[in-house]
Design a binder for this molecule. Structure first.
Ligand code: SDX
Length: 432
């Protein structure tokens, strides 16, 4: 980051104030207003942080106008095409592509942390069988801090590293067991001879009664889905993790906070909501009715999987996801998937409708992912749990970065107060 001679001038009540302007490597400059309140007695007002940079980062860059997404400078299309999820985890955590030896060591370390403390099996038993997998993920991820005390000291770089590896390694087991518990099947333990994605599919779909061989195309599709969801700059759940981390909460508690934030249908819950919406639409002839509802100001209905705070162009992840959907449906011999037909026709109609064009609403990462996960055999309730599994590396990379940033301090926003001024307490007898 460069702090050049550029400044921004602000005039308040006739007084002129100057604030330094800082430039990043690429992307918008920032106006450093950390002294604004001390100088002017005023706060900025920015609900939803539409114009606020909460931190400096070197991890992920998004150009919403171009529809560009870079992980440590590498375009998402190249990583999805040529890399794999564990290598992407290494890049996000350490900043550079690993050498062959570094990659082998990283895979070995993750592989040997995939099991959960056996006592955690009982923890699942406390949930109802029909508990939403995200409710289980919130509870079990938070509970990790009760089992892995030796990696909760956030000031010890070694413990931060061990916690990062543990979280990346254990999330597939936690998510798979949440699914198994919800369908009343026994837990399947991880196997060290399988890839990360094949291991996850086996833990979800194998049963003790017979062998299960994960299909290579489906394992690859899962790996690409994990990569596409791995990180995404300062989105709601990542900002939640950073804010929780700013109070020096342990990494497991911070990631549990991220899981909770991701669950919302406006964020990571959109993939589940989108498939449910596509199923509710049911056939292409009902699309106009739903498009009209999405445009109706008085109707809270939104087209799930459409629109984005940052992308005002096609979400590059959605384009890759669309290709993966075609591959998966082809290998599964699913010719005329009605949900895919509705999705493709809905996309065509929406992208030619002035309302969506003017508001720059395009399909986002959640629009096609549900079709793939549904075809592979996951219930919609598992979609966001898979998103959480994928995003854990991004959350933890951002969490580590915030701890290592000397400019970071506890997050404590202020407010515009519209409540009652000071007034006298009225005893009950005087209130009538
Ligand atoms: C993710 O931040 C990230 O990076 C998130 C994410 C990640 O990887 O972490 O990319 C993952 O969360 C993707 C987004 C998933 N959510 C959905 O698909 C839910 C549907 N989308 C909307 O709820 C909405 O688009 C948001 C929440 C995603 C973005 O909302 P913003 O940026 O706050 O924009 P907005 O709600 O102010 O919308 C701007 C206008 C509004 O109309 P006006 O008030 O200006 O007239 O566009 C309209 C909205 O009504 N609009 C939509 C719409 N999304 C926005 N109208 C119909 N359908 C939609 N989907």
């Amino acid at each position: 980051m460069t702090v050049g001679s550029k400044t921004a001038k602000l005039i308040v009540d006739g007084n002129e104030y100057e604030f330094p302007v800082r430039s990043g490597e690429i992307g918008p400059d920032v106006m450093d207003i950390r002294k604004l309140y001390a100088l002017t007695g005023m706060f900025t007002y920015d609900p939803g942080f539409t114009s606020t940079a909460a931190c400096q980062s070197t991890i992920t860059y998004i150009d919403g106008d171009k529809g560009e997404l870079l992980y440590r400078g590498y375009p998402i299309e190249q990583l999805a095409e040529q890399s794999n999820y564990l290598e992407v985890c290494y890049v996000l955590l350490y900043g550079e592509l690993p050498t062959r030896a570094q990659y082998a060591d990283f895979v070995n370390r993750v592989t040997r942390h995939t099991m959960l403390h056996e006592q955690m099996v009982n923890f699942y038993r406390g949930f109802r069988r029909d508990a939403h997998p995200m409710a289980i993920m919130c509870g079990v991820v938070g509970a990790l801090s009760a089992f892995y005390h030796d990696s909760t000291d956030i000031n010890d770089p070694m413990q931060r590293e061990i916690a990062s590896i543990r979280l990346i390694a254990k999330m597939p087991t936690i998510a798979a067991w949440a699914y198994k518990y919800s369908i009343g099947q026994p837990f399947i333990y991880p196997r060290n001879d399988l890839s990360y994605s094949a291991n996850f599919l086996r833990m979800c779909f194998a049963v003790p009664a017979e062998e299960y061989e994960p299909h290579p195309v489906l394992s690859h599709a899962m790996d690409v889905i994990f990569t596409l969801h791995a990180d995404h700059e300062q989105n709601a759940s990542t900002s939640t993790v950073r804010l929780a981390g700013s109070s020096q909460a342990n990494p497991f508690a911070c990631i549990a906070a991220g899981v909770a934030s991701l669950w919302g249908p406006a964020h990571g819950g959109a993939n589940e909501a989108c498939l449910n919406m596509l199923r509710e639409i049911g056939s292409v002839d009902r699309i106009p009715e739903f498009v009209a509802r999405a445009k109706d100001k008085d109707d809270p209905f939104r087209l799930m999987g459409f629109g984005h705070r940052v992308y005002k162009n096609y979400d590059p992840r959605a384009k890759v996801m669309q290709k993966v959907a075609a591959q998966v449906l082809d290998v599964l011999g699913v010719e005329d998937n009605p949900t895919l037909q509705v999705a493709q026709e809905l996309e065509r109609i929406a992208l030619s409708d002035p309302y969506f064009v003017e508001k720059k609403l395009y399909p986002n990462v959640d629009f096609y992912s549900g079709i793939i996960l549904d075809a592979i055999g996951f219930p919609t309730s598992m979609f966001t749990a898979i998103f959480a599994l994928s995003r854990t590396v991004g959350w933890i990379a951002q969490w580590k970065e915030s701890h290592e940033d000397p400019e970071q301090k506890i997050g404590r926003p202020r407010q515009l107060y519209n409540g009652a001024p000071s007034r006298i307490y009225a005893p009950m007898e005087s209130r009538g």
